[in-house]
Write a protein that binds this ligand. Structure first.
Ligand code: UN1
Length: 545
């Protein structure tokens, strides 16, 4: 790996990686001259890595390498593919601290969350290592004698993958690991906010024994950049499957393009996740969990809570405890303060977007109870560690008096902000929880088995927590949403295997003569099960007999 002089003269954070694409098992500087750099989210003076921007010819080269590698990789026994993934998991584990450090440095996650997000990739590798020894098909009875039937899972071919910056190692692992385990090859564009961790991911996978061309990484920007070229590549027939995590708007574009190719993409999109607190909830636990649900990761998870739905009986008490806890959150540069509760916005683009919601909520008529926008040296919290102006740090924000009719109620805002909606009873809570155009995750706090039961049955969401945060899905359970949150595909666990394989039904006829299905079966037309509808014969024409 090559490094260059870091622009952060204090060199507090480490070297700057002179990064590249990774095509056909080799570092590749690409054909274009354009470069971009990935700054430290918490301190923009530090550059984590610099990367070339891929153009159409780089993309084509990556697709060519993946297409070529597919021939061999798809025929490699699945248990051997699983072994490579197992070794990759071990390498991730051995390098957990350093990878977590890069996640913290590049996207500003706190230490415990960065370690957790690397762990999520390790968990995924461990799960799919042994899935290579299963990847079951079935043997199935034929309706005729001396004939047997069976099913096989077959890989699609080249998978195009675009991922977001907020989970730059966990979410790529959810896609890339099962895709290659199933025998596909991959062209991946990591988020431009986290290319360094993407590059290290690919290098470690190679070290684990992944053959050249099975995973190719190309870098660049999203809109009007390499991401857009990838999406255009769907119509050019570059990919046999596409997988995307990001905004609902871009997900729709990908869905349209894949629809034209008669492909089903995997789409993990936005959320406006409801968290209900009923009158019988354990309020202490609810406050602690809701705090993380809303403000953990600076609210930059697709599973972060968007609306707290409060039973009116406990609303005042909950809000006063929640508000004072939120006011005392320790925020700062997580590279320098390992105890920070949350760090900066991933970058200024996320920060500016976050600030836009203030006008929306105000014109809706919502009441701002907490939140002062962007932090500055003048208005940062007392225990803030770091330079507030060197990243894009935002104050925790809370809106009261929000109703179902407001735009802010249904618009996803990535960042540390949440709305409060008061309700009178369970029915109203459930209706409110379901009234958003998304259905990713959801949560209820209650001690009542009846509420728990009715909530999990009535909520339209892919994931539901009972007495836990809306965030924090585990790596072996199905992850994905309903409505605007996705197209019904799921990541993780055994369920994701359906996304990266197509079924083939095979029949083998050993009878020595032609037996036609439905026609030459033994029971056809023997009338043994006559239902007495004899008069139907009146409709029959003897000329046909
Ligand atoms: C995302 O924000 O895209 O469930 C993924 C969670 C994490 C993954 C979030 N395990 O919050």
């Amino acid at each position: 790996m090559k490094f260059i002089e870091n622009s952060d003269k204090g060199r507090r954070y480490g070297k700057t990686l002179n990064g590249s694409h990774f095509i056909d098992g080799k570092d590749d500087q690409g054909s274009g001259r354009e470069q971009f750099s990935s700054p430290n989210a918490s301190d923009n003076n530090d550059i984590v890595g610099t990367f070339p921007i891929a153009d159409e010819s780089d993309l084509k080269r990556a697709v060519g390498a993946a297409t070529k590698a597919f021939e061999k990789w798809s025929q490699t026994p699945a248990p051997i593919r699983g072994e490579v993934i197992g070794r990759f998991g071990q390498l991730l584990l051995q390098n957990k601290e350093i990878l977590a450090w890069i996640v913290t440095r590049e996207v500003g996650k706190t230490k415990r969350e960065a370690l957790g997000s690397v762990q999520e990739a390790i968990d995924t590798a461990q799960f799919f290592q042994s899935e290579g020894r299963r990847l079951y098909g079935q043997t199935v009875w034929s309706e005729m004698r001396n004939k047997e039937c069976m099913t096989y899972r077959r890989p699609y071919g080249v998978v195009g993958i675009i991922t977001a910056g907020n989970f730059p190692i966990a979410v790529p692992s959810w896609k890339i690991i099962p895709a290659v385990l199933c025998g596909n090859t991959v062209v991946w564009k990591p988020s431009e906010d986290a290319p360094t961790i993407g590059y290290l991911f690919a290098k470690l996978f190679q070290e684990a024994g992944l053959p050249s061309g099975v995973l190719n990484v190309i870098n660049g920007l999203g809109a009007k950049g390499t991401g857009e070229l990838m999406i255009k590549g769907i119509d050019k027939g570059y990919f046999q499957k596409f997988s995307f995590t990001g905004s609902t708007a871009v997900g729709r574009l990908i869905g349209e393009a894949c629809g034209r190719q008669l492909q089903v993409p995997s789409l993990e999109l936005g959320g406006k996740n409801p968290l209900v607190i009923m009158e019988d909830a354990d309020l202490k636990k609810a406050v602690e969990a809701t705090l993380f649900s809303c403000y953990g990761t600076g609210g930059q998870r697709c599973t972060s809570t968007g609306n707290i739905i409060l039973h009116e009986k406990i609303a005042d008490k909950f809000l006063s405890d929640f508000q004072s806890a939120a006011q005392n959150l320790r925020i700062g540069n997580p590279c320098l303060d390992s105890k920070a509760y949350y760090g900066p916005m991933i970058n200024a683009r996320f920060g500016e977007k976050f600030l836009e919601h203030f006008d929306m909520a105000k014109s809706d008529g919502a009441k701002l109870v907490l939140g002062k926008g962007r932090m500055t040296e003048q208005n940062k919290p007392k225990d803030f560690v770091g330079d507030a102006g060197a990243g894009f740090y935002c104050h925790p924000t809370l809106w009261e008096g929000v109703t179902k009719k407001m735009k802010i109620f249904e618009t996803e805002v990535f960042g540390p902000t949440v709305n409060v909606v008061r309700v009178k009873n369970f029915q109203e809570a459930l209706e409110t929880a379901n009234a958003v155009p998304y259905g990713l995750s959801s949560a209820i706090f209650t001690q009542s088995p009846q509420y728990m039961y009715s909530f999990k049955n009535g909520i339209d969401a892919g994931m539901t927590s009972i007495n836990n945060s809306t965030t924090g899905a585990e790596a072996h359970l199905p992850f994905g949403g309903t409505k605007g949150s996705g197209n019904g595909t799921r990541e993780s666990g055994v369920w994701v295997i359906d996304a990266y394989t197509k079924w083939q039904a095979v029949n083998v006829d050993m009878s020595g003569h032609l037996q036609l299905a439905q026609i030459d079966t033994e029971n056809t037309g023997d009338g043994a099960h006559s239902s007495g509808a004899g008069n139907l014969k009146d409709y029959f024409s003897p000329t046909w007999a």
